[in-house]
Each structure stands twice: as C-alpha cells, then as structure tokens.
Design a protein around this ligand. Structure first.
Ligand code: T46
Length: 137
C-alpha cells in the first residue's frame, strides 16, 4: 500500500537574489529540493487543453511556472488538492505515487519541470483504474 498523500506535496519558496538588475532564482538538487536533478523539461505554447492525466510510480518533481500560471491537481486516490502556480519563485514539490492533472494554462505559460529520474515510460500509470489498484497495492 502506497503511503504518499497529497499532503506530502507543498509549494516551496525558491531562493531569489534581487538587486537593481532584477531577480535571479536558483534551485540546487539535494539542497533546495530533496532529490538530485537528472532531467529538465518544460511545457510551453499550451493551447486550451489539459495535460497530465497520469501518475508516476517513483518520479519526484519540482514544477515551476517560470512565466504565466497553471493549476495542478494532485490525487492520492482518496484526496485531491489543487495548487495554483503563478510566480517564478514558487515551486510545487510532487512526491511519487500521485495522479496529476494540469489545466487552466494562461497564455504564454512556461512550466519548468525538474525531475529526479531520466525518462522512463514504465514509471507512468496512464489509466485511472490501474492507478487506484496500484495505490491499494
Ligand atoms: C508530468 C507532467 C507535469 C519524452 O520523450 N521525454 C520526456 O522526458 C517527457 C517528459 C516526455 N517525452 C515525450 C513523451 C510523449 O510522447 O513527450 C510526449 C508528451 O509527454 P506527456 O504526454 O507525458 O506530457 P504531459 O504534459 O502530459 O506530462 C508531462 C510529463 O510527462 C509528466 O512526467 O508530470 O508533464
């Protein structure tokens, strides 16, 4: 039985350095987030469509809307929680074993994703009924 829940996920404040030249934010794997970063990908030019609709067995991620905004709904099979990302210094830490739906992308959103693992198709569960079975072990 998987023990991770939506309450294990949280928005973290990303370090930022400000001066009269603007802002600089930094994320160091293992320091600012609890995993080493093995992969970076980003979503952009998203039309009025939802993305996600899957769970990961092992992957941990930090999601950051470096511009624009997006809603991310996480589901642990019992509870759901929606997080709104709209600042480049706010990151959503997502633990393994949760279903995720991404929607309400505003125009021009860039969603940066820092991932704990390389791309692995076997880590995905794309069927909701299978996800519920997986959660129940
Ligand atoms: C997640 C959310 C937030 C690759 O070949 N390598 C990669 O590293 C990734 C992430 C994707 N792809 C290919 C696989 C598909 O043919 O890109 C295509 C679109 O991927 P997907 O349908 O999984 O995209 P999203 O936006 O639904 O999900 C992605 C991530 O896959 C997922 O891990 O948590 O963003």
């Amino acid at each position: 039985m998987l023990r991770t829940t939506v309450n294990d996920c949280k928005i973290i404040d990303i370090r930022k350095y400000t001066d009269n030249r603007g802002y600089l934010s930094v994320i160091e794997g293992g320091i600012d987030i609890p995993f080493e970063i093995k992969r970076i990908y980003y979503l952009y030019m998203v039309p009025e469509a939802a993305r996600g609709a899957h769970a990961h067995k092992h992957l941990q991620q930090l999601l950051v809307a470096t511009s624009g905004s997006v809603d991310i709904t996480l589901d642990d099979g019992t509870n759901k929680k929606t997080f709104h990302l709209d600042r480049p210094w706010k990151g959503l830490l997502v633990v393994p074993g949760l279903w995720r739906d991404l929607d309400n992308f505003s125009g021009g959103t860039v969603l940066l994703c820092l991932a704990s693992e390389h791309y692995e198709t076997n880590d995905y569960i794309r069927d909701y009924d299978k996800f519920i079975k997986y959660r129940k072990g």
